[in-house]
Design a protein around this ligand. Structure first.
Ligand SMILES: *[C@@H]1O[C@H](CO)[C@@H](O)[C@H](O)[C@H]1NC(C)=O
Ligand SMILES: *[C@@H]1O[C@H](CO)[C@@H](O)[C@H](O)[C@H]1NC(C)=O
Ligand SMILES: *[C@@H]1O[C@H](CO)[C@@H](O)[C@H](O)[C@H]1NC(C)=O
Ligand SMILES: *[C@@H]1O[C@H](CO)[C@@H](O)[C@H](O)[C@H]1NC(C)=O
Length: 304
């Protein structure tokens, strides 16, 4: 009851142009991955931030080589104390987790929340927030498939969900319009490969997501908005397998192009001379066990 009244007041305040801003995030925060204004690439290298200092990066690269902090409009959940971060890839972005596993099929760099495998962020009912934006100076090549945000399970055998763009690897009939969409892929028993949500990846504007992840019931509900609009519910709760814990990735994994039946981690075609990147903002996760979801700074909404 109190909760409903509060939401009503917040929505009214928003409607008359004075959103309540006492607390940026209206629900209990589980992970705050927003980037403090003063941080630099070296802050990431030193492990001063909420992200792993050494994963996932090309061999011999550091975060100081890979991250940029572009100015420009901030995302829905950033403010004067935080800033944008861009994850870039180039020809050096070849992840080599061991000498015998040199992933030449991919170009990749991804921020991973620490501590790794934190069960609190992959149990219960949580909402994962993040915003994405293209960089026209480091455009993606939509002939390739990209993963931009995903949850990878703890034995690395699959992703529970993946936000991606581009031409799905192996596809021969993707229209240019579809290739420039942002899609959320998932998996369920009845639908091993399913698209949970799809929208145009309009260049140079923020795309804001709130993914309500019900790890108890294996369901996902998608909230989304563009620019500085408040998040709106875009799907009902959809069955999706969220089991087997794991880790979040925020960054660019560019798959190769090529034929089916190859090991795309090591084979396939990657053009040389690339300089690509994606801008991230407002990364955090909140507890939605009681139906609470932040839909804008200081504005509470309700999950289904
Ligand atoms: C990384 O550095 C090591 C040691 O200097 C070198 O042997 C290796 O070839 C480098 N790897 C790449 C991909 O540059
Ligand atoms: C900005 O966000 C931070 C982190 O949520 C919060 O502590 C701070 O109060 C906010 N500042 C303003 C000016 O809204
Ligand atoms: C996460 O847990 C799995 C399984 O225990 C382990 O193989 C993996 O190395 C862990 N990841 C990190 C980054 O610690
Ligand atoms: C995009 O990627 C394809 C396949 O790698 C490549 O042939 C093409 O030259 C690239 N286009 C641009 C504009 O970089």
């Amino acid at each position: 009851m109190h909760w409903t009244l509060f939401t009503g007041a917040a929505l009214l305040a928003q409607a008359i142009g004075h959103p309540t801003r006492q607390n940026d995030i209206s629900c209990p925060v589980v992970f705050d991955g927003r980037i403090p204004q003063k941080s630099t690439g070296s802050s990431f290298v030193k492990g001063e931030l909420s992200y792993d200092p050494s994963y996932v990066l090309g061999a011999n690269l550091t975060w100081a080589d890979v991250l940029r902090f572009p100015k420009g409009p901030q995302s829905l959940f950033d403010n004067s104390t935080s800033k944008n971060v861009e994850v870039t890839i180039d020809d050096r972005s070849i992840f080599t987790p061991s000498p015998t596993n040199r992933q030449t099929g991919f170009r990749r760099a991804e921020l991973q929340p620490k501590p790794a495998n934190a069960t609190d962020s992959v149990t219960g009912i949580k909402t994962l927030h993040f915003s994405l934006k293209t960089d026209h100076a480091r455009a993606l090549n939509y002939s390739h498939e990209y993963q931009l945000v995903w949850l990878e399970n703890q034995d690395y055998s699959a992703n529970q969900f993946t936000i991606g763009t581009g031409t799905p690897y192996g596809s021969t009939n993707t229209s240019p319009k579809d290739a420039r969409s942002l899609f959320i892929l998932g998996t369920s028993a009845s639908s091993p490969q399913q698209t949970l949500f799809k929208t145009a990846f309009t260049p140079d504007v923020w795309h804001n997501f709130g993914l309500v992840l019900d790890f108890n019931a294996n369901k996902v509900e998608v909230f989304y908005s563009k620019g500085s609009d408040s998040l709106k519910r875009k799907t009902k709760f959809l069955a999706n397998d969220l089991s087997n814990l794991g880790q979040y990735h925020f960054g660019v994994l560019k798959k190769p192009t090529g034929p089916g039946g190859i090991d795309i981690t090591k084979q396939g075609f990657q053009e040389g001379g690339i300089h690509e990147g994606v801008v991230y903002g407002g990364i955090f996760e909140e507890n939605s066990a009681k139906g609470c979801i932040s839909v804008a700074r200081g504005v509470k909404g309700k999950t289904s």
